[in-house]
Ligand binder design. Structure first.
Ligand code: ATP
Length: 412
């Protein structure tokens, strides 16, 4: 409303009090309008910023799509390998098709990476080196899990005190204090075999020893050796021991030993013979191996009954440690360990939970704590209550199709 308009609204013949009241009212009204307009301006400003943000986002997406399109349209790069680097900066390469060429290289390439044997990508017309490719990964390495120093500690293991003591004596002591064995004049056991039902903490125990002794942990699963690398298992075993020596002190952990170490039978198929060759290689590596050295071997199996007796002879896997299903107390401890970092309500009673999870192994119990946590998250609570655990136990037992997975008789 213009000022002229507003002046026209002033009533004629008004007293000075009335006039000032009138003016106050007008000021109030105008202030309210001013606030309203300011709010609108803020809103519009926000909308403007939002739209600008959206615009930037779409522009970015457009750029990405364009560059993706460019990339798809770009000619393929040829793969080659560096044969030699010449003094004038030129490089001799062998292209994947065979012949050798002298080519230049892009300036963005770090010259220290251009060493004979490096895999490089080449422009398909000039064959100039465009980039250095990562060295091709030995597929065998995929079968192994290598952790330079695992972070598992003995306190992460629930209820296996006796087994931890035995493993410390047989694996940790020869690594940390070999002189104790020398003094007495005995050889420490070369290989330790952990046997027991799945999910009871065998791998965990091996990792804990590796961590305690600051050793590298090299895990290999027997069945992977057999399934993927048929015909190459023996080589992999050789590589495994070589790697363990290079990375020493180290602990080799062979999981599912039964899949390569099952008793040899006469009527073997060619596949079985390959498995046997792998086993023979393992035996010979173990024989040619210094018991007091700083590579220790731990193997795990759920079927000790089918292992080849040759594996169990003295000087090979000559120490057996049984890892049983957790008892009630151990179950309570495992539940406590896995909920150590969780926020728990006061009503959570681990003893009662342990009593309710009679057939569960360590891995099941870990799943129970995770699931209980999920229930609390779902209900947006700040802590996990007993009922969450009860629901988790119910859910996992219902969804579990495992029959009596952990039949005790097998390991008697
Ligand atoms: P498998 O024979 O199937 O290889 P395993 O005996 O090696 O089984 P692990 O891999 O050690 O079992 O255990 C699986 C998971 O279960 C572990 O990562 C750990 O979280 C949990 N777990 C098992 N046993 C225990 C235990 N005694 N204390 C704490 N956690 C455990």
């Amino acid at each position: 409303m213009s000022e002229a308009q507003e002046n026209r609204d002033v009533p004629i013949g008004m007293g000075s009090d009335d006039f000032s009241r009138y003016l106050m009212d007008r000021i109030k009204m105008l202030e309210e309008r001013n606030n309203l307009l300011r709010e609108q301006a803020n809103k519009i400003e926000l909308e403007k910023r939002f739209t600008e943000g959206q615009k930037l986002k779409y522009e970015r997406e457009l750029r990405q799509i364009k560059s993706e399109l460019e990339r798809l349209k770009a000619p393929p790069l040829v793969v080659g390998s560096v044969v030699d680097v010449l003094e004038n900066g030129k490089v001799i390469i062998r292209s994947s098709t065979g012949p050798q060429f002298v080519v230049g290289s892009s300036q963005i390439i770090n010259s220290s990476e251009l060493v004979p044997g490096a895999r490089v990508s080449l422009n398909y017309q000039s064959l100039a080196i465009i980039g250095v490719l990562p060295s091709s990964r030995d597929p065998y390495v995929n079968a192994m899990e290598v952790i330079d120093s695992p972070s598992t500690s003995y306190s992460d293991i629930g209820g296996l005190e006796e087994q931890i003591r035995e493993v410390r004596e047989t694996v940790e002591l020869p690594l940390t204090r070999p002189e104790v064995f020398e003094r007495i004049g005995i050889e420490p056991p070369k290989g330790v075999l952990l046997y027991g039902p799945p999910g009871t903490g065998k791998t965990l125990l091996a990792k804990a020893v590796a961590s305690q002794t600051k050793a590298s942990f090299i895990r290999i699963v027997g069945s992977e050796l057999v399934q993927k690398y048929i015909g190459e298992g023996a080589r992999l075993v050789r590589d495994l021991f070589k790697m363990a020596k290079d990375k020493s002190p180290s602990i080799i952990f062979i999981d599912e030993l039964d899949s390569i170490g099952a008793r040899r039978i006469d009527t073997a198929t060619s596949g079985d013979r390959e498995v046997q060759r792998t086993l023979m290689q393992l035996l010979s590596e173990m024989d040619g191996f210094n018991a007091r050295g700083d590579v220790r071997i731990i193997a795990a199996t759920n079927r000790p009954d089918i292992l080849d007796p040759a594996l169990l002879r003295p000087g090979r896997f000559d120490r057996f440690i049984s890892i049983p299903m957790p008892g009630k107390e151990a179950r309570a401890m495992i539940l406590k360990i896995h909920s150590r970092k969780m926020k728990l309500a006061e009503d959570v009673d681990f003893d009662e939970l342990a009593a309710l999870t009679e057939n569960a192994n360590g891995s099941d119990l870990r799943a129970v704590t995770m699931e209980a946590g999920m229930f609390a998250v779902r209900e947006e609570r700040y802590s996990i209550i007993m009922d969450d655990f009860l629901k988790a136990i119910k859910k996992l037992t219902i969804s579990s199709t495992k029959p009596s997975l952990h039949s005790e008789g097998m390991f008697a």
